[in-house]
Design a protein around this ligand. Structure first.
Ligand code: GRF
Length: 217
């Protein structure tokens, strides 16, 4: 089976992008990172992608002013030019138009630093701490027109410690992000994910019954 061609869209640090690049180095991984696309010229992740020998494109959103549709159309043109099969948003800090998202049904993934559907949007770790959450984590989901709301492909949970600060919690969640994004992309690239009633099934099988206790008792 030929490997799926993946574009990773970034705006900043690019550590999830780096995790995807690392996973795709394995010749048995079902996807290759064919393009890294940034909306910011100074995204730190661009240097990592360049060092890995991956094609880079920058489309500065500021040049499009308030015209989100025109910015999205410019991105779509680049994705088509590179023959992209799957798009991975990885810290891509732009709202996308429904028209653009609609071009990529079940072929656009995002990683979000919370256990969705809790804590959509920004500042998730701070909000989880303030809310007194005992379990927090990360989610990889399909992108739909509604922000952070598409079917969830893989989640990882971490326990929240009594003495946790935002940075410590964020670091533990990020460690899990780097595990689950390559896993979720693998499952999608292998065509093993279906959506039924808004939930993902892997290989057509519902998840087995499982319970996680926090604290472990
Ligand atoms: C990650 O926490 C990701 O979940 C969120 O933005 C952050 C991006 O970090 N969407 P990086 O650029 O992948 O290091």
């Amino acid at each position: 089976m030929s490997r799926k061609r993946v574009a990773v869209l970034i705006s900043g640090r690019g550590s999830n992008m780096a995790a995807l690049i690392a996973a795709a180095k394995d010749k048995d991984y079902p996807a290759e990172i064919a393009l890294v696309l940034s909306n910011k010229t100074d995204a730190a992740g661009l240097a990592i992608a360049h060092a890995a020998g991956i094609a880079i494109e920058v489309i500065d959103h500021a040049a499009f002013g308030k015209d989100r549709a025109a910015f999205d159309a410019a991105m779509q043109a680049v994705l088509v030019k590179y023959n992209i099969d799957i798009v991975c948003l990885a810290g891509f800090m732009r709202l996308l138009t429904p028209g653009f998202v609609g071009q990529w049904p079940l072929r656009m993934l995002n990683i979000h630093p919370s256990l969705l559907p809790a804590f959509k949007g920004l500042d998730t770790h701070k909000r989880a701490l303030e809310a007194g959450a005992t379990v927090h984590g990360a989610s990889v989901h399909f992108v739909t027109a509604e922000l952070d709301a598409g079917p969830i492909i893989v989640q990882a949970a971490v326990a929240v410690r009594n003495d946790d600060g935002e940075a410590a919690l964020a670091a533990r969640v990020l460690g899990q992000e780097h595990r689950i994004y390559p896993l979720a992309l693998k499952l999608v690239a292998e065509g093993r994910v279906q959506v039924e009633n808004g939930r993902c099934l892997i290989d057509g099988v519902p998840v087995p019954d499982a319970a996680h206790l926090t604290p472990v008792l």
